[in-house]
Design a protein around this ligand. Structure first.
Ligand code: ADP
Length: 496
């Protein structure tokens, strides 16, 4: 079957990897459908991209921020026109169902319009000086050339969370998309260029993590790295970046809990659990992977939940009526299989699923049956480690205090949800849950772009995307203007 061949975007030119190596991007619902051929880049391609980004940094940083923002605004408008096509491309390369890929493009649109407003803000501060006839202020400056490393589960939304704030702040960028989903990054960057982004301001280098991601992290010309992916690789990225003192923003894994109290609206909690656990085939960093059930409702919730999970329609996300798409690749299937084995060995009870789907319509792709475990103890690995697949654990508890304790007992701290009608407990949970995000009566997934996004513990290293992303992509300059016409010594001349 004919397919397109894509190249790296460096300094506005489409260039093959220096090595000439390429790889194929396959549709995870049907491996006979080749989405495209992409360059398998290495350090020499990264070096070219860094040189191009360094060259354009000078003019781009001087281009007024409101003008930079207008390009982002136009990008948002163009994305609205292209939404359906880009959503289809994304389902083909990544698998999640069309309603969700439309949502992914929509998130990039929301981000474009939100960040575009920042072009006329980027506020600094003014403050009194301790000396007479002296003025003091702080201003935000761009960081320089920034490296952006993105995962495959939100192939357009996550690149937009990084590219747009980086650009409005005056940085030039090199983006290394996940090897499973480069096309959506091409679509996004093509739209930026069609909206008027000058050549060389954003450069794309496609390739595998160790070959193309690692050299970007290590390159001395790159001034900051923004990474979203696994905690394992995030740790590696932070260690490598430390050698050149690069700031690193890490957004990583989760093991997100939905707590259901006895007084909850059970149908609402069921809807939330189903969507939170199996939306994006469980492949979201905010996916619900633990459902904590208070004893009074546990049996009823479990029976109703399993019945609904068994009715989920798994299949090719491009087709109508499909609710759960494939897993993105064979490696993810292997991880799901591995955790099913671990859970069974630990003594958890498999209520449904637990195996790949390989027959009939599933034979050409990487599908896994929606899986539910009960009888899970908080100490089990299945209750503590990220699976990143359609596998969820039910954990029972007696008191509200125990639920908070179990929810907090893991290494991750991204998203949490509480279902209750008790306002006192809701506010207590908001205060006590160790997580970057807490939902009340809504599932663990569904972040909006204009709030802080990120987590605590092994989920992140203290930075936030969304509303706070500008903090990472700018650096502060303090400015003092002395109009006294004499030397004034701080801490000395005004000490009396
Ligand atoms: P996921 O499990 O979501 O694929 P990874 O952490 O493996 O998460 O990958 C996230 C991103 O990090 C991808 O773009 C991947 O290519 C990149 N990556 C993987 N290994 C490295 C590495 N050693 N250095 C830099 N980037 C890497």
């Amino acid at each position: 079957m004919a397919y397109s061949s894509y190249k790296n975007l460096i300094g506005g030119e489409w260039l093959p990897a220096k090595s000439g190596k390429t790889f194929l991007n396959l549709n995870p619902a049907d491996h006979s459908d080749i989405v495209g051929e992409f360059p398998a880049s290495g350090p020499e391609d990264v070096a070219l991209a860094v040189a191009a980004a360094q060259k354009t940094f000078g003019p781009w940083r001087l281009f007024p921020a409101p003008k930079r923002a207008e390009i982002l605004y136009r990008t948002g408008q163009l994305l609205q026109e292209r939404k359906e096509q880009y959503a289809r491309d994304m389902t083909r390369e990544m698998g999640k169902v069309l309603a969700e890929t439309r949502g992914d493009v929509q998130e990039a649109i929301d981000e474009a319009f939100f960040v575009a407003g920042e072009g006329r803000r980027l506020f600094g501060k003014t403050t009194p000086s301790e000396l007479q006839n002296k003025f003091a202020m702080s201003m935000r400056m761009p960081v320089g050339v920034v490296g952006l490393i993105t995962p495959w589960n939100f192939p357009m939304a996550i690149p937009s969370w990084k590219l747009f704030p980086a650009l409005v702040s005056g940085n030039t960028c090199i983006i290394k998309p996940a090897e499973d989903t480069p096309l959506s990054t091409y679509n996004l960057v093509q739209t930026l260029m069609d909206a008027g982004l000058p050549p060389g301001v954003v450069n794309i280098v496609v390739g595998f993590g160790p070959d193309a991601g690692a050299p970007l992290v290590e390159h001395s010309g790159v001034r900051a790295i923004s990474f979203t992916g696994s905690s394992e690789i995030g740790s590696l990225v932070a260690q490598r970046a430390a050698a050149t003192f690069k700031p690193v923003s890490l957004e990583m894994g989760g093991k997100n809990a939905q707590i259901v109290l006895d007084d909850a609206n059970l149908d609402l909690a069921l809807d939330g659990a189903l969507w939170g656990a199996f939306g994006t085939t469980g492949q979201r960093c905010t996916a619900t992977s633990r459902i904590l059930l208070q004893k009074g409702i546990a049996a009823e919730f479990t029976a109703k939940f399993v019945a609904r999970v068994q009715k989920l329609t798994v299949g090719n996300g491009l087709q109508d009526g499909i609710e759960v798409g494939p897993q993105v690749n064979e490696q993810q299937i292997e991880t799901s299989k591995k955790y099913v084995e671990i859970a069974l060995t630990e003594g958890a009870r498999l209520l449904t699923g637990g195996h790949p789907l390989t027959e009939g319509p599933y034979s050409k792709g990487t599908f896994f049956a929606p899986t539910v475990f009960a009888g899970v103890a908080p100490s089990m690995r299945i209750a503590r480690e990220e699976v990143f697949g359609p596998v969820v654990s039910l954990i029972e508890f007696e008191t509200f205090g125990q639920a908070i304790e179990i929810a907090n007992s893991i290494d991750y701290g991204l998203s949490t949800a509480l279902y209750t009608k008790d306002v006192n407990r809701a506010f207590t949970a908001i205060r006590d849950l160790e997580a970057g995000i807490t939902y009340i009566n809504a599932p663990t997934i569904g972040a909006e772009v204009h709030l802080p996004f990120g987590g605590v513990k092994h989920t992140g290293n203290g930075h936030r995307e969304g509303s706070e992303a500008i903090d990472f992509f700018t650096t502060w300059k303090a400015v003092y203007i002395d109009y006294s016409d004499k030397l004034q010594r701080a801490q000395i001349d005004n000490a009396e």
